[in-house]
Design a protein around this ligand. Structure first.
Ligand SMILES: Nc1ncnc2c1ncn2[C@@H]1O[C@H](COP(=O)(O)OP(=O)(O)O)[C@@H](O)[C@H]1O
Ligand SMILES: [Mg+2]
Length: 372
């Protein structure tokens, strides 16, 4: 999908913002704190129904406001599409072409995005959940049906944990029967999700290694391993064996929600042994590889959101990144002017002074602007 225009109402710092995008590269330039990342975050929410900053809806509403609206107009397969997302605390409602979607997740796949952000370093520095999420996001971008596996699995883990907590260490007959049902569902969905993750990781790794070498400028080996939390041929057996322990701890210890992805650069563990520079390059390589894989699979590059990436990179890496990415429509933000090698088709400057919300006549606005 191509984005033509976006409107934000009470989304984070944006009370009322309207922006038109170019078909190619749009640059958003403005000082720190002017709302550049907030704009990209809003586009991210349209794509994935949650923030790439990992926060809940409440944080996305402009302070003191009960709801936020993200509205985007674009084009898909030659047809106009209008997506409207209304966010309030704990709730989202989605409309496509003014029709309310029966399930929000039917929106997934309408707009695919790849985000490069300074926070990406956390992909390697933080605990295993960020890496699981990275793989799960890719699985959804590759095939929206994977979302059902991921969501259903998470629901069963939650239900099972609730049952284990309520049991307080002792199962009556009814609870035992329910637990049997959960274990069967958990194992079937868990095996499927494990398979999907292992599969996407092996499709990804040659691309990650290539991207790493390209960005680092030297040949390096990058290897990933997916470490299951359970052993054996079937997950059900492992889950049943862990039942007594799970009951004692009131939590589910086996399954893909406990798996780990570890990455090594030239034999060194990327989390504990790699330098910050190597981690940064690997984080970029992971995003790069994901973008390439999705582009090839869905035959169209996702919308690229490059948040402040140039400030983090030396010129050689920045050029390598920008000239080698499969590029469709792209948004790049920066606090400083772009280097001459990057030629945007449109430039938007933040902060935007919104004339309609200023309580002044247009001729006075000129004064306001020059005074400021
Ligand atoms: N929920 C919110 N309501 C109002 N303002 C917010 C909210 N969340 C963040 N902000 C403001 O947004 C600004 C940061 O915007 P951001 O997009 O991160 O800036 P940058 O242009 O540096 O990327 C901060 O000034 C912050 O106070
Ligand atoms: Mg920012």
């Amino acid at each position: 999908m191509k984005l033509h225009q976006i409107w934000l109402t009470d989304f984070r710092s944006h009370a009322d913002l309207s922006l038109t995008f170019s078909e190619g590269l749009t640059a958003v330039i403005g000082p720190n704190g002017s709302g550049k990342t907030n704009l990209l975050e809003a586009i991210g929410v349209l794509s994935r129904l949650r923030s790439f900053r990992g926060v809940s809806n409440d944080r996305l509403l402009r302070r003191e406001q009960p709801r936020a609206i993200v509205r985007a107009q674009g084009e898909r397969d030659g047809r106009d599409v209008l997506i409207e997302l209304e966010l309030s605390s704990g709730r989202s409602t989605v409309f496509v072409n003014k029709q309310r979607l029966p399930r929000n997740r039917d929106l997934l796949g309408a707009l695919r995005v790849t985000v490069f952000a300074p926070d990406d370093l956390s992909l390697l520095k933080d605990g295993p959940s960020v890496r699981r999420e990275y793989l799960d996001d890719l699985l959804i971008a590759l095939d929206t049906r994977n979302d059902a596996v991921i969501a259903d699995y998470a629901r069963v883990v939650k239900q099972r944990n609730t049952l284990l907590k309520q049991a307080k260490g002792r199962l009556d007959d009814a609870a035992e029967l329910t637990l049997d049902v959960y274990d069967t569902q958990l194992s079937a969905l868990g095996e499927r999700l494990t398979y999907l993750r292992e599969h996407v990781l092996s499709a990804l790794m040659p691309r990650v290694a290539n991207a790493y070498t390209m960005l680092a400028g030297t040949e390096c080996s990058v290897v990933a391993s997916y470490r299951r939390s359970w052993e054996g041929d079937g997950m059900l057996e492992a889950v049943q064996e862990a039942r007594a322990q799970d009951l004692a701890r009131s939590t589910t210890s086996m399954g893909p929600h406990r798996d780990e992805v570890s990455l090594r650069i030239d034999e060194f563990d990327s989390r504990t042994e790699a330098s910050q520079g190597e981690q940064r390059t690997l984080a970029l390589a992971l995003r790069f590889a994901g973008h390439e894989l999705v582009t090839e699979h869905v035959k169209e590059p996702p919308l690229l959101l490059l948040d402040d990436v140039l400030s983090e990179l030396d010129e050689a890496r920045a050029t390598a990144l920008l000239t080698n990415l499969p590029v469709g429509q792209t948004l790049i933000t920066s606090a400083t002017e772009l280097p001459a090698s990057v030629r945007p088709d449109a430039i938007v400057r933040f902060p935007i002074i919104n004339l309609t919300t200023l309580d002044t006549e247009p001729d006075q606005v000129v004064e306001v602007l020059t005074d400021g």
